[in-house]
Design a binder for this molecule. Structure first.
Ligand SMILES: [Mn+2]
Length: 454
């Protein structure tokens, strides 16, 4: 018997990969997991007949000869299919995966490993190169998978090949209307109710310059799809870190689900003392306790102690600052700005104190009125918005956006110690901020692992 399997708790990328693997290995039977990721349920339900996935018990009594494994390379994540197999070396494994190695790789497998945004891309690329014709329904399923695993082509690990295969699938007749329908993140009413409920419970705190949102909720019993709801909340709410606490009353346990957008924050390390795990960006834990609220408080306190300070003005500002002397005329100031190549600069008096800010726009006004000889103090703005050295980058972003300014002087005890420009801010964002590398997928897996652990 030759079979195709994905990881336990099948998600959309897993199903998309399996569908395309059937084109590469037509004599293999696709076997489904006993767990289905909530995001994949709608698609699986609608295409159940077409997919023709069988469950393992249906194959009972047949000797397993060969296994094509997709969207994982870890033997732990395919354990449900290996039940009763005493010697793995009797099976030939061929693996198509896009995850990095994790130490429990399937031994002796033929490995196809490409770090594309979606694993489906790897199989799609092979079919595309072989010139294989794909049915429109299968193209729809595969395209849904690529949208899902790449966060609509916005995750940091997206490659040009993801776009290439998406184009190929669209040309094969994939329906974007269906794709959109399958990707609806909150698929049932219960999830939607939970989403609005959590939204109202959010508590915003500034911890060491990081914006932390948290919420606490009691649930009578376990509820599936929690991670999906938290993920939605995280994508919508303005924050660096989100911690959702669910106290499951009937089981006396606290489920902690965390999401983080900062590259220098490690949620897995934060939750490790609470028996949790996961990634720096997405982590979860389940703890037995009679007092969920107290434990949630402990986690937040641990966060306060372990967080490194957020990047602040002092880390991204330029210095020393080119300033304009308040005794200059507009003409002198315009020549000065041209000389230093800036579009604006702080204006300081003889004692070096900040008295205003002058931009090329202000100078233009003077030029139009033929007043290039007047002192800069006539045209500069006197209400200067400024930041302190420890103002977090997020607040700098807000200040520049709210006041529609391109420069933000940084003051320390009345002295200008630096200036943050739009270019400084953009440079920082490009390099450091928001790499949503951990996807909902891994989070949902963690949740199911945590749920089955006790
Ligand atoms: Mn995947």
């Amino acid at each position: 018997m030759k079979i195709i399997v994905g990881h336990s708790n099948m998600d959309l990328d897993c199903i998309g990969s399996m569908v395309l693997a059937k084109y590469l290995f037509p004599d293999h039977v696709a076997v489904k997991s006993h767990l289905v990721h909530p995001m994949a349920r709608k698609l699986l339900n609608l295409y159940e007949k077409r997919l023709g996935f069988v469950s393992l018990p249906e194959l009972k009594g047949q000797a397993l000869k060969r296994m094509v494994v997709v969207d994982t390379r870890s033997q732990d994540r395919i354990a449900e299919y290996l039940h009763g197999v005493s010697d793995l070396s009797t099976i030939e494994f061929e693996v198509f995966d896009h995850h990095p190695p994790e130490g429990r790789d399937i031994p002796g497998a033929i490995l196809h490993q490409q770090a594309f945004g979606a694993n489906t891309t790897q199989l799609g690329l092979e079919l595309h190169r072989q010139g294989v014709f794909i049915e429109p329904e299968d193209a729809t399923i595969a395209l849904t998978a690529i949208f899902a695993d790449t966060g609509n082509f916005s995750h940091g690990n997206v490659q040009t090949e993801d776009f290439e295969v998406a184009a190929f699938l669209l040309a094969s007749g994939a329906s974007l209307r269906l794709v959109k329908d399958f990707l609806n993140p909150l698929q049932d009413n219960q999830q939607q109710r939970l989403f609005f409920d959590l939204l109202q419970r959010l508590d915003r705190q500034l911890i060491r310059g990081h914006v932390v949102q948290s919420c606490f909720m009691e649930l009578a019993d376990d509820l599936s799809g929690l991670a999906g709801v938290v993920e939605q909340l995280f994508s919508l709410v303005h924050c660096d870190i989100l911690l959702a606490f669910f106290y499951i009353v009937s089981k006396s346990k606290l489920m902690i689900v965390g999401r983080n957008a900062k590259t220098r924050v490690f949620l897995n390390e934060l939750l490790a003392p609470f028996g949790g795990g996961g990634h720096a960006q997405a982590a979860a834990a389940t703890v037995k306790t009679d007092d969920g609220r107290a434990l949630a408080g402990q986690v937040l306190a641990a966060l306060t102690n372990s967080l490194a300070p957020a990047t602040a003005a002092r880390n991204i500002m330029s210095h020393p600052v080119k300033t304009i002397f308040s005794g200059y005329s507009l003409l002198q100031a315009s020549m000065y700005l041209e000389g230093v190549g800036h579009t604006g600069a702080p204006v300081t008096d003889g004692a070096g104190r900040l008295v205003g800010f002058l931009t090329l726009r202000d100078i233009m006004k003077g030029r139009k009125g033929n007043q290039m000889h007047v002192p800069v103090t006539t045209f500069m703005s006197r209400q200067v918005v400024s930041a302190a050295p420890d103002t977090p980058v997020r607040d700098i972003d807000d200040l520049m956006f709210e006041h529609n300014i391109g420069h933000l002087p940084v003051l320390d005890g009345g002295n200008i110690v630096g200036i943050v420009s739009r270019a400084d801010l953009l440079e920082f964002k490009r390099s450091d901020q928001r790499r949503h590398e951990a996807s909902t997928v891994s989070l949902e897996l963690l949740m199911s692992d945590a749920a089955t652990a006790d």
